[in-house]
Design a protein around this ligand. Structure first.
Ligand SMILES: *Cc1c(COP(=O)(O)O)cnc(C)c1O
Length: 407
């Protein structure tokens, strides 16, 4: 039996440049000529395989990257977008119309939450936000108008794990589309293999990995992807969140090293999480036995790529969190910045940054505490050295004493 390995699938794809270049040529054109008028008509109708019309619809560079990402997720097709939000919003607008309802995990990316909570109601689409680890609550929230079940594989910022196979069962039974944002766990988890109908990534994070652009992708069946690109009623075609060809080519080159980077991110994060927990800090990382979904996640991931590069610690208060982040930045241990998946460690306090769209009382209810620091652990060569330097910062600020005295 051939085991599904997303990195091998990417590796097996070869694209050559026009003159035999080892990288595919970049298509630097917004529009394409036709030798016959008939072919142009057929292309409009979607019946001319291999012909390009106009770059908002598709371009060679975008198709290469889309194909590689479909191979990574094990789906028939994919379509890249100018940002992760571009992929998320077009997907939801393709699947839902006025009067429809979404059941979403309550711990999701702040922008996605704001879109569902504040923007979609203007179009008559409503959302119920539910703890996605409580399957009975999810089932209870489904109404005859529900069309979509939405979640993140590993949630932002609390690192809750969604049992995708279980949610896929619920979705199938109620005839819903299960949409999974897999941004935190590329290669580690393949949601489509677990039953998801649509898999989304913000390419901005691990997949591009160099914090030099935003980008997104929607991976699904050929039928769904073609529908989003339909010239008459496709959300991707008509809303126009198109990625630029030059950028698609550069993301593609970075995708080629994703497997190496994910292994290093995961190994470094596991090393730090184990030590911080041993030091008495409240540490959340799916690779720790203390994580509530550790066993579940262990069975969901491809062990080669590990538990990922995201972890959180709680240092007791927002003031302490801010002091620690400033000191760590001063010592060149990382940057006080939102986003993730960079070669350098990034840290931020989610309550006042990436999750600030979520009202304070709701933040409390979901366990998002003031002293929480979210880390995207970098590709540090000597993680033991990094640990010692981070520990020195914490010791200097009296964090261990404070955390310990709470017990
Ligand atoms: C960053 C992020 C997004 C949004 O992606 P952009 O590229 O910033 O538009 C969506 N989901 C998750 C989980 C993210 O981390």
């Amino acid at each position: 039996m051939k085991i599904f390995n997303p990195a091998d699938n990417i590796q097996d794809l070869q694209y050559f440049g026009e003159f035999g270049g080892v990288n595919p040529s970049i298509s630097d054109s917004s529009t394409y000529t036709f030798l016959s008028a008939k072919t142009m008509f057929d292309t409009f109708e979607g019946n001319a395989e291999g012909c390009y019309l106009y770059s908002r619809h598709s371009s060679p560079s975008n198709l290469y990257l889309s194909q590689a990402l479909a191979a990574m997720e094990g789906t028939e097709a994919a379509n890249v977008a100018a940002s992760g939000m571009g992929a998320i919003t077009t997907t939801l607008l393709q699947l839902c119309k006025a009067g429809d309802h979404i059941v979403s995990s309550r711990t999701i990316y702040g922008g996605t939450y704001a879109f569902m909570k504040n923007f979609l109601p203007n179009l008559g689409i409503t959302t119920s936000f539910i703890d996605s680890t409580k399957h009975e609550l999810i089932k209870a929230a489904i109404t005859p108008n529900t069309k979509v079940l939405y979640c993140e594989t590993v949630s932002n910022p609390l690192l809750e794990v969604t049992d995708i196979a279980a949610l896929a069962k619920i979705a199938k039974k109620h005839n819903l589309k299960l949409v999974v944002d897999n941004t935190f766990s590329p290669l580690s988890v393949a949601p489509a293999k677990l039953g998801a109908d649509v898999v989304i990534h913000s390419l901005t994070k691990y997949i591009n990995g160099s914090s030099d652009t935003v980008g997104g992708v929607t991976c699904s069946t050929r039928e769904f992807i073609d529908a989003t690109k339909n010239v008459n009623n496709g959300a991707a075609m008509l809303l126009g969140p198109t990625m630029d060809s030059l950028r698609a080519a550069s993301v593609m080159k970075n995708l080629r090293t994703l497997h190496i980077r994910m292994k290093q991110h995961s190994a470094n994060a596991l090393y730090l999480a184990e030590r911080f927990e041993r030091d008495g800090l409240i540490t959340v990382y799916p690779g720790l036995a203390s994580h509530p979904s550790h066993e579940l996640y262990k069975n969901m991931i491809n062990p080669e790529y590990g538990f990922g590069g995201m972890m959180t610690i709680d240092v007791g208060s927002l003031d302490k969190a801010n002091e620690l982040m400033e000191l760590m930045q001063h010592r060149n241990l990382g940057y006080l910045a939102v986003s993730l998946g960079f070669y350098k460690t990034l840290f931020s306090a989610p309550g006042t940054s990436t999750s600030s769209e979520i009202p304070l009382d709701e933040q409390k209810a979901m366990g998002l505490t003031d002293g929480l620091i979210r880390f995207s652990i970098g590709l540090d060569n000597d993680i033991e050295r990094t640990y010692q330097m981070m520990k020195a910062c914490m010791t200097e600020l009296g964090i261990f004493k404070e955390v310990m005295s709470e017990f």
